[in-house]
Design a protein around this ligand. Structure first.
Ligand code: HXC
Length: 258
C-alpha cells in the first residue's frame, strides 16, 4: 500500500507506521490522519501482525496538528465536522498493542497521538509539550485529559498553561514515557520490544491490554473484578495450557494463538 504522508511496513509480525511529512515536521494534516486510519484498519485485520509501532523521523515525531490547514476554520466548520475527534480517536481504539517510538518533537497533536498509543519509548532527544496555548487555542484530542492522567495535575497544568516543552528525562520521571534510550538505538529497541509482544499469545496480549486500559475507565474494585474474569478466561485458551506446560517442561512455548 502506498501513502503520501505515512510509510507502512510489515516485518516480523510488526506493523510499522512512520509519519512522513518531512517538510512540515510531520504536522498532522487531515490526509495524514485518514491514511493512518487506513493503515490501522489494515494492520488490525492482518492476522500476521501482532504489534503496531508508530514512529516519526529523527528530528520529529510530529509537531502537532497542521496549523496552516486549520487556521481559517470557523466555529461552525470545526463543530460541524467534529474537527479532530473524527479520525484521530481511531488510534486509541486499536485492539492490538501500539507502541509510540518518539524522537525529537512530540508537540500538541503529536504528543496527543503518542499518548493514544499503549506506551511510549523515547529517544533521549525527545521533547514533549502541549503548546496550543501559544497559538491561541487549547489541546483538542485528549491532551488536557491524557497528559493529566499520566503526569498528574500540577505538571499537566503547567505544561498546558505555558506551552513549555519537557525533555525525555523529565517525561520519564513524570511517568509519561516507559523508557528512554539513546537516539541511535530507538528504532532497534522499539522493533525488539514490538517483536517480543508480537511473538506472544495474541489473545492473551489483547486481554492484558484490555485489562490495563480498564484501570482508566473504572473503580479499583470493578477493575480488579474485570481483570479476574479475563484471568479466568485465559484458562479456556490452548495458549495458557501450552505456556504453563512449556514452563514445567523447561522448553519454549509454541503459541497456538487460540
Ligand atoms: C504546520 C508546521 C507545524 C505545524 C512546523 N511546521 N510545525 N506546519 N503545522 N504544527 C512547518 C513550519 O511552518 C515550517 O514550514 C517547517 O514545518 C519547519 O518548521 P520550523 O518552525 O522552521 O522548524 P524549527 O525552527 O526547527 O522549529 C520546530 C518547532 C516549530 C519548534 C517544532 O516548528 C513549532 O513550534 N511548530 C509548531 C508547534 C505547535 O504549536 N504545535 C501545536 C499545533 S496545534 P516552512 O514552510 O516555513 O518551511 C495542535 C492542536 C491539536 O496540535 C488539536 C487536536 C489534535
Amino acid at each position: 500500500m502506498t501513502f503520501e504522508n505515512i510509510i507502512l511496513e510489515k516485518q516480523d509480525g510488526v506493523g510499522v507506521i512512520t509519519l512522513h511529512r518531512p517538510k512540515a515536521l510531520n504536522a498532522l494534516c487531515a490526509a495524514l490522519i485518514d491514511e493512518m486510519g487506513i493503515a490501522l484498519d489494515d494492520l488490525e485485520s492482518d492476522d500476521a501482525i501482532g504489534c503496531i509501532l508508530v514512529t516519526g523521523s529523527e528530528k520529529t515525531f510530529a509537531a502537532g496538528a497542521d496549523i496552516k490547514e486549520m487556521k481559517d476554520k470557523t466555529f461552525q466548520q470545526a463543530y460541524g465536522e467534529d474537527f479532530i475527534t473524527k479520525g484521530w480517536e481511531r488510534l486509541s481504539q486499536t485492539r492490538k498493542p501500539v507502541i509510540a517510538a518518539v524522537a525529537g518533537y512530540a508537540l500538541g497533536g503529536g504528543c496527543e497521538i503518542a499518548m493514544m498509543c499503549d506506551f511510549i519509548l523515547a529517544a533521549d532527544t525527545a521533547k514533549f509539550g502541549q503548546p496550543e496555548i501559544t497559538i491561541g487555542t487549547i489541546p483538542g484530542s485528549g491532551g488536557t485529559q491524557r497528559l493529566t492522567r499520566f503526569v498528574g495535575k500540577s505538571k499537566a497544568m503547567e505544561l498546558c498553561l505555558t506551552g513549555r516543552m519537557m525533555d525525555a528525562e523529565e517525561a520519564e520521571r513524570a511517568g509519561l514515557v516507559a523508557r528512554v534510550v539513546p537516539a541511535a538505538e530507538l528504532q532497534e529497541e522499539a522493533m525488539k520490544t514490538a517483536r517480543k509482544i508480537a511473538g506472544l499469545s495474541r489473545p492473551v496480549v489483547l486481554m492484558a491490554k484490555e485489562a490495563v486500559n480498564r484501570a482508566f475507565e473504572t473503580t479499583l474494585a470493578e477493575g480488579v473484578k474485570f481483570e479476574r474474569r479475563l484471568f479466568h478466561a485465559t484458562f479456556a485458551l490452548e495458549d495458557q495450557k501450552e505456556g504453563m506446560a512449556a514452563f514445567a517442561e523447561k522448553r519454549a512455548p509454541a503459541w497456538k494463538n487460540r
